[in-house]
Design a protein around this ligand. Structure first.
Ligand code: ASP
Length: 361
């Protein structure tokens, strides 16, 4: 009992430490520290030239991660799907016009955020998908090339040798926790057994990561964007939260912005970044808005791995996450280097109880 109270105390003490004062403009913030800080630096340094727009900075930052294959979870050569192919999801959003451009399940093109920017700038659409997004990319001068690497093909081969474990199939036969497909759906009203190999949260948490970035130009104009190669061993055709406006990221220069990472299959059901930005508009602080968006997901899915960064248009920021220790990076004003913030996971049971109490559920 004592340790439960101690954990709750730690949680209560930990939260305010995550929120940070504004460090000045221009400002860049993104999901994850470590290798992702090269993206923060690239975007921040680009903004030192006032001719570089917030959209340019987000594109430059995310493209840096794509080229560096950040953590194997952004860009080519990561998260092979069941067919061993790497496909990419990306979006970019203009906080002035609320226009957003995105690509989903983009095949054989490495610079997904660049193609998303072209969707934004050169079409009236918001989202292009699959092979036809590739066709658009090639028409716009992007190179069609292999997005698998020896490493990603090797990891896919290992997965197949391990009987395709884990995978995202449920309610199928043969038993997806034991064998590879092809699978046949089990009629849901039948008495046949059904199986899911992703019951263990670990199977999901090890296969997710994304760069989501928000930039504030020295003029106050904001932009946001997201780039990811999604979830390892996904079913071919799967699109995550990354290219979904309001889920992967969201921004309104009048209020602030948000970027997300985590289990996109669940997160996109909650539009956490739309939620957080609208909470800022309603008067919540960045920390309150981030906590609230994560708690809404944790309430329904206690095991979800999620992380979001929230920043208002002054550059005051905070993060919240669940299921893992999430980090985010920021650099603004005259900071000489990027700072990384560690965000402890919201405790699912306690936060759910507190959240329900607040809502009087
Ligand atoms: N959100 C990404 C997706 O589900 C991956 C991640 O950030 O973990 O596609």
């Amino acid at each position: 009992m004592a340790s439960r109270y101690y954990m709750l105390l730690q949680l209560l003490l930990a939260s305010p430490l995550q929120a940070s004062e504004a460090s000045g403009l221009p400002f860049v913030i993104n999901t994850w520290g470590g290798v992702f800080t090269a993206a923060t630096d690239a975007a921040y340094l680009a903004l030192q030239d006032p001719a570089t727009s917030a959209l340019d900075a987000v594109e430059i930052g995310c493209a840096t991660c794509e080229a560096n294959q950040c953590d194997g979870s952004v860009g080519y050569g990561g998260s092979p799907d069941e067919n061993c192919e790497t496909t990419l999801d990306a979006m970019i959003m203009d906080g002035e016009t609320m226009k957003s451009g995105a690509v989903a399940a983009l095949r054989r093109v490495k610079n997904a955020i660049g193609v998303a920017r072209h969707v934004l700038e050169y079409t009236s659409h918001t989202l292009l998908a699959g092979d036809l997004a590739t066709q658009f990319a090639v028409q716009n001068g992007f190179t069609e090339e292999e997005t698998s690497t020896e490493d990603s093909l090797g990891r896919c081969a290992e997965w197949k040798a391990a009987s395709c474990q884990p995978n995202y199939r449920i309610n199928v036969t043969p038993n997806a926790t034991q064998t590879c497909g092809p699978y046949t759906p089990v009629p849901l009203n039948s008495t046949s057994p059904s199986y899911s190999s992703l019951i263990a949260p670990d199977a999901v948490t090890t296969s997710h990561d994304t760069i989501s970035m928000i930039a504030i130009h020295s003029s106050g104009v904001m932009a946001a964007g997201t780039s990811t190669n999604g979830a390892s061993h996904k079913i071919p055709g799967r699109v995550g939260d990354g290219p979904i406006t309001g889920s992967g990221s969201y921004v309104d220069s009048e209020v602030g912005g948000c970027g997300a990472t985590g289990d996109g299959d669940i997160m996109m059901r909650f539009l956490p970044c739309y939620q957080a930005v609208e909470s800022l508009r309603g008067g919540l602080s960045p920390q309150e808005a981030a906590d609230d968006a994560v708690r809404r997901m944790v309430t329904k899915y206690p095991a979800i791995s999620s992380g979001i960064v929230v920043v208002n248009n002054k550059g005051e920021h905070a993060g919240a996450g669940s299921g893992w220790t999430f980090t985010y990076a920021f650099r603004g004003g005259s900071m000489n280097e990027t700072t990384v913030v560690t965000v402890p996971p919201i405790d699912s049971i306690q936060s759910t109880l507190r959240y329900r109490e607040q809502l009087q559920l």
